[in-house]
Write a protein that binds this ligand. Sequence first.
Ligand SMILES: Nc1nc2c(ncn2[C@@H]2O[C@H](COP(=O)(O)OP(=O)(O)O)[C@@H](O)[C@H]2O)c(=O)[nH]1
Ligand SMILES: [Mg+2]
Length: 389
Amino acid sequence: MDMIDELAGTIDEKCHVADRPDIPLVPSDDSSRKNAPTSTCLIVLGMAGSGKTTFVENLSKYLTANGAAPYIVNLDPAVRQVPYPVNIDIRDTVKYKAVMKKFGLGPNGGIMTSLNLFTTKFSGVLDLLEKRKFEVKHMIFDTPGQIEVFTWSASGSIITEALADSFPTVIVYVMDVSTSTSPITFMSNMLYACSILYKSKLPFIIALNKIDMVDPTLVMKWISDFEAFDVAVEKEESYAANLSRSLGLILDEFYGAIRTVPVSALTCQGFPKFVEAVEAATLEFNTEYKPEMDKMKADQRESRKLKSEDRFEKLKREVLEISTGPSSSRDDKSRAMDTSVSIGPQGDSNAKHEQRNFDAEESGMEETSFQRFLESAKKAKEIAKKPAA
Ligand SMILES: Nc1nc2c(ncn2[C@@H]2O[C@H](COP(=O)(O)OP(=O)(O)O)[C@@H](O)[C@H]2O)c(=O)[nH]1
Ligand SMILES: [Mg+2]
């Protein structure tokens, strides 16, 4: 048993999800529910201290007060106290301090490794979510304080993709408005948001947080009007200001692909607008993202099939070259092709064997080129689309 299995073993014993008893459970295979809308997953991301946990806490209170208690998953292994009624808590599965000790890691490595370990058990989480998908309208995922642990790790991508494969999934980027009032920090925040949008390729909402502290009018203006941002950045005298100005022009396209909602996670100000934005993003997922993903998958299967046929033809021609020699005339080759059976069972099985090798090599390349294709197609779609902010 290796170290991960050993840890995962202990995980299962301790990991019993605190499934909230107040949400009634109706079997998801109930035929009357087949076409009912399922829960929307909200993955809450943002810089450390931007207010993710406070946002999840008060959004949960707000939704509960409006008759739709959400299902909440805490993915932050290092949080001391979870201030909301959590349904699945990573801390029940992985003990972050034990992981640090066992692997000799610092705090960030401990958080990252704990999330990786949890991800190895994520199919269990999906099973639990599946059972609840008709019972709750929103499934909310609070993520680790350090944003990069989720956004730039394999486990973050695996979790995001697994959720988007099963449920409408929306990224909620909590952005602290008080750290965005200078054009340069605003631009850094926006670049980060943009990188997450292009990486996740999912409907995206910016929750512009802490508006009880700082008036968001200026930042909202910069998002909707490049000229206003340009005027602000002109007052700055630095290389970063020049860079920000150029980036501002480029990111103008990106702003069209996102919804920005000013909120206060502390006072619940802006939450009704936020819930509306979630509804619009869910619709966008169902009508645009999902069909596109399904089409991409079908195209991928078709392209694999065509490539495979093409390769087989190529292989046949090569076998022919060998059997008839390079100087043979076209007719000779065709004849030899007709009698290819006469090459014998040995030749035939070699051909199949070679094709299998070829297939194995090529499928890796196809995977990469498909990813590239997917990204550029999605990017074009997102840039083209300009929903109202
Ligand atoms: N004034 C104000 N403070 C907030 C708001 N949201 C979060 N905070 C504070 O910001 C700090 C960090 O919040 P937390 O939710 O832990 O951030 P996280 O690291 O992103 O989870 C805490 O002191 C919160 O009380 C808000 O809307 N307004
Ligand atoms: Mg937090």
